[in-house]
Design a binder for this molecule. Structure first.
Ligand code: FE2
Length: 492
């Protein structure tokens, strides 16, 4: 008696399975099985993995008819074979899973539920900001559990297509020569290299009403190549980041001023902007972002809505399992020998961040380590790497922003106190996307404790274990492929 939540058909298809006790049994991404980055559709490997749980209810993350209506309005035409959830599930699951019941939910409500029902809060203000789903692009909800423990959501405010913060940031991403709906995080990194002095000019050109998040034009198809042509890509990125942060602040202020709760649950693709997230503590006392806040995470949200109550959230290690004890000794020995090592052990992370189970780890003290890891990852040299650190020592090394009680999932940035000692994990603006690890018994915790006991250094550089252009390593065969391609040991 399990519930399968599905998000598919747009980008980054994903599945979540929960049982009728509220345990999350599985959550994973299609791309990790098909090896096609951001795979929009289910592949056989993912279907096989979730079919083993024998789901009898399938919950879909949006309302297909409503989405088709919006697509028609946007001039994208109607896909007549995707008008009903039943049609879509047949395409995605190939008839291999035949549930007793099929349900579908509003796109933003699925986002909201993925956050609230995994959060530690009994009551929260929920904010959802994404690019585009059905019609909503920004929503604010009052969420709480009733006396029977059922989650209740009341929509307090919304903004609709085409007025979208996510579409704005994607349009900027395209304007600076990157891939929209994929490389927004690179735009964010690029922002540190530019001057944001034209952010008010950008606002005047694009925004009709900053409080209502109303744009003067539809940015769905992007901006002209000549948009703010006198600026460098870095300056455009910097101005856009500052403008995004101001508009995000307007949404958060509005959400706070409803007075429903001082707990914030924040979901949607824009919640991946960890640089902007540093500001959330100005508006709320406590912050929870489920570590897969984009549409893939809504597979969990749809399943949560079908279940109805609070889920038992433990951590983001919810995907494919490479069983066996975490290889602490081998990892530390190789780190001491060569400075770099890969690990593929336990359950794969749900969400875009490698959190220690599918990670490439390195000694952050080595001044040459950034160039060496960059050579393997072959990514832009200006991009920084993230640190993973023992939680109880994080304050000694990083200036943690208010509201961020934990950094378990790399969702915000903090200023490094010794950037000259740890240059590889500091961005040019002095911030780091910190992952803290509490005393949770996880493999990465064991590794950090042992590493600290030997070296006196409580952190490691942590980046995702993937071959360039490919999704994160999923199974042992992928890990072997990484070893062969780069000559870096990967332990399971
Ligand atoms: Fe979304």
């Amino acid at each position: 008696m399990n519930i399968l939540g599905i998000s598919a058909g747009f980008h980054d298809a994903a599945a979540t399975v929960i049982n009728r006790s509220g345990d999350i049994l599985f959550a994973g991404h299609s791309e990790r099985y098909s090896k096609n980055k951001n795979d929009a559709n289910f592949c056989q490997g993912l279907v096989n993995e979730v079919a083993e749980y024998g789901p009898d209810v399938v919950a879909y993350y949006e309302r297909p008819w409503n989405k088709q209506f919006r697509q028609w309005y946007a001039g994208q035409g109607i896909e007549w074979d995707k008008l009903t959830t039943r049609q879509i599930l047949k395409q995605q699951l190939g008839g291999q899973i035949v549930p007793d019941q099929i349900v579908s939910y509003n796109h933003h409500l699925s986002h909201a539920a993925s956050g609230f029902q995994t959060s530690p809060y009994d009551r929260a203000t929920v904010v959802v900001i994404d690019a585009i789903g059905e019609w909503d692009t920004t929503t604010i909800w009052a969420a709480e559990y009733d006396t029977t423990g059922r989650a209740r959501y009341q929509r307090l405010w919304s903004q609709r297509y085409p007025h979208s913060l996510g579409l704005f940031y994607s349009a900027i991403t395209k304007r600076v020569g990157l891939h929209p709906l994929d490389e927004e995080y690179i735009t964010m990194g690029m922002a540190a290299y530019g001057k944001d002095s034209d952010n008010r000019v950008m606002e005047a050109v694009l925004i009709r009403d900053a409080d209502e998040i109303e744009f003067g034009e539809n940015l769905h198809t992007g901006l002209d190549d000549g948009f703010m042509a006198s600026l460098s890509n870095e300056d455009i990125a910097a101005s856009a980041q500052t403008l995004l942060e101001r508009l995000l602040g307007n949404v958060m202020r509005r959400a706070r001023d409803f007075g429903w709760s001082t707990n914030l649950v924040y979901q949607g693709g824009v919640a991946l902007n960890c640089l902007a997230n540093r500001l959330l503590g100005k508006y709320f006392e406590n912050i929870w972002i489920m570590p897969c806040p984009g549409d893939a995470g809504s597979s969990l949200g749809a399943a949560a809505l079908a279940y109805g109550k609070r889920l038992h959230w433990h951590d983001a290690y919810l995907g494919h399992d490479i069983s066996g004890p975490y290889p602490v000794d081998n990892l530390v020995r190789t780190l001491l020998d060569t400075g770099i090592v890969g690990v593929a052990n336990g359950r794969a992370e749900f969400g875009p961040r490698a959190l220690g189970n599918r990670s490439l780890l390195a000694d952050p003290r080595d001044p040459k380590i950034k160039d060496r890891v960059n050579e393997i990852k072959r990514r832009q040299k200006f991009r920084p790497f993230a640190p993973v650190i023992l939680a109880e020592l994080a304050d000694d090394y990083f200036n943690i922003e208010p509201g961020w009680h934990t950094h378990n999932y790399m969702q915000s940035v903090a200023r490094c106190r010794q950037p000259d000692v740890y240059p590889a994990i500091c961005h040019v603006d002095g911030t780091s996307r910190v992952q803290t690890v509490a005393k949770d018994g996880s493999g990465i915790r064991q590794l950090l404790e042992y590493w600290y006991s030997i070296t006196g250094c409580p952190m490691l550089l942590n980046t995702s274990l993937n071959i360039r252009g490919k999704p994160m390593v999923n199974d042992r065969a992928d890990a072997d492929g990484f070893e062969q391609q780069y000559g870096i040991a990967v332990y399971s």
